[in-house]
Write a protein that binds this ligand. Structure first.
Ligand code: SF4
Ligand code: SF4
Length: 111
């Protein structure tokens, strides 16, 4: 898939400090793109799996999931609320960097 096609997905931002670990977003995600952290039980996005249907945004009881275009800068600057499921291809790496620039995401993925 070309980087332009990958970039059509804007994905989501999660504020893990507000998350209450209810698991609703994980249950509703059609793409298996959300998980609860094994230690903190906070929700985390698996960046390369998200397909932008935004059903997670609507079910979160504490409103801590945002479309990336609508997310507050302070949340986009936090680290660790997303990760990758595998090593990204070169095209995906390009799309990832474009996504960070386009939406001002400065936080780093979880390792
Ligand atoms: S936007 Fe859709 S695919 Fe992406 S994490 Fe949320 S529910 Fe899953
Ligand atoms: S729905 Fe919201 S509060 Fe519940 S696990 Fe997901 S991000 Fe956390």
């Amino acid at each position: 898939m070309a980087a332009e096609e990958l970039l059509k997905y804007q994905r989501i931002v999660i504020d893990q400090d507000t998350c209450i670990s209810c698991g609703a977003c994980v249950s509703v995600c059609p793409a298996g793109a959300l998980e609860l952290d094994e230690e903190t039980a906070k929700a985390r996005l698996i960046w390369d799996k998200c397909v932008d249907d935004f059903s997670c945004v609507d079910v979160c009881p504490v409103y801590c999931i945002y479309k990336t275009s609508e997310a507050p800068d302070e949340h986009k600057a936090k680290d660790g609320w997303y990760r990758f499921s595998r090593e990204l291809s070169e095209e995906e790496k390009q799309a990832f960097e474009q996504w960070r620039q386009q939406y001002g995401v400065t936080g780093n993925p979880a390792q």
